[in-house]
Design a protein around this ligand. Structure first.
Ligand code: SAM
Ligand code: SF4
Length: 333
């Protein structure tokens, strides 16, 4: 029997996104409410269990692991997890370990990340304007993020900037943000806001389609379509004037699920096979049980069987409930 993870639509799953914590030191308005109830600490998998889980996934053909959250760098001991997982890179079983971070703690960890074999990271940054950053994240941490980006580049990490496009908040700043990123040798990816979890605002007021952002950018820049794929949903254009790449992740305006290669696991060991659906399976009981290998294998097979064909995100009805109740910070962005 083929040991690899292939779902019922024939998609091979080679990419694991692991949320190591649902907690965060920021409160981005499109991601979280100001007052959040986080998962009870007692339910968290230990770092050893997270390693065990990742290792099981690798034996089933996972080639790339991204640590995310919440904010992965606020999970105590996260570097020891990465250091441990680097053995799979060294053995050739894994192609890449990477991370998505808000950058606030990056200055403390950049050198260590590089030393553990991490080559590239994504840093989420929606504004370089201190007031907009504060309004968006509800925390005055822009200087920390900037120091973090400096440290990451000095450490030799390849940094990509992730920016969620938000109507009336940062959409006017996107051209400047892109020029700044490209000027520093960083590619940038724009993301459409998704209806995940209750927040304090209505996402109808936040959502701007990337088709509109692209049209506006085309007034100032020459965007050249490229066939480049980096194993994710982003479609890339080359910006002639800056020489940099601009990715666009368009869950709302252009569904990309046919090429999906990923599953997500939370810090409590729940596997979600689709960001846009509620279906999950509990891997924690399996790894704590008597026959962890057999039980995990069986659950992963079931997960492949249950993985939905696509999400059905929609942001058009004011007051509508989010597509799924859990926040992006639980499943891992
Ligand atoms: N805290 C880290 C960070 O911000 O990079 C990692 C986790 S965060 C949930 C991962 C990515 O998801 C970030 O780029 C963030 O902007 C994005 N994100 C969060 N909520 C989102 C939403 N509702 N729609 C679209 N993107 C979202
Ligand atoms: Fe935290 Fe990232 Fe969510 Fe912002 S997007 S609140 S940094 S988890």
């Amino acid at each position: 029997m083929d040991n690899n993870l292939t779902d019922s639509f024939g998609r091979q799953i080679t990419y694991l996104r692991l949320s190591v914590t649902d907690r965060c030191d920021l409160r981005c308005t499109y991601c979280m409410a100001e007052n959040m109830t986080f998962l009870p600490r007692k339910d968290l998998l230990t770092l050893e269990e997270l390693d065990e889980l990742c290792t099981s996934f690798i034996t089933r053909g996972i080639r790339k692991i991204r640590l995310t959250g919440g904010e992965p760098l606020v999970r105590r001991g996260v570097m020891s997890l990465i250091k441990g997982l680097s053995r799979h890179r060294e053995s050739g079983a894994l192609d890449e370990i990477t991370m998505t971070t808000n950058g606030t703690q990056l200055a403390n960890f950049a050198d260590e990340l590089k030393a553990c074999g991490v080559e590239r990271i994504n840093v989420s940054l929606d504004s370089r304007d201190p007031e907009t950053f504060l309004r968006l994240t509800r925390r005055a941490a822009l200087d920390d993020v900037m120091r973090g980006i400096d440290a990451a580049q000095e450490a030799g990490l390849n940094v990509k900037i992730n920016t969620v496009a938000l109507k009336g908040t940062n959409d006017a700043e996107i051209p400047d943000l892109m020029k700044w990123a490209h000027g520093r040798g960083m590619d940038m990816t724009l993301i459409e806001v998704m209806p995940l979890g209750e927040i304090d605002e209505d996402r109808v007021d936040q959502y701007i389609p990337l088709t509109a952002v692209r049209e506006s950018l085309e007034g100032q820049f020459t965007l050249i379509d490229t066939p480049l794929k980096t194993g994710g949903p982003a479609r890339y254009v080359k910006v002639a004037e800056t020489g940099g790449l601009l990715g666009m992740i368009t869950p709302l305006t252009n569904n990309f699920c046919a090429g999906c290669n990923r599953v997500r696991v939370t810090c409590t060991g729940q596997i979600y096979t689709c960001l846009g659906h509620g279906g999950k399976l509990d891997l924690r009981e399996a790894i704590r049980g008597d026959n962890p290998k057999e039980q995990l294998d069986a659950l992963l097979n079931l997960a492949m069987h249950q993985k939905p064909e696509k999400h059905n995100f929609d942001i058009s009805d004011r007051g509508a409930a989010p597509a799924v109740a859990r926040h992006m910070s639980v499943t891992g962005g």
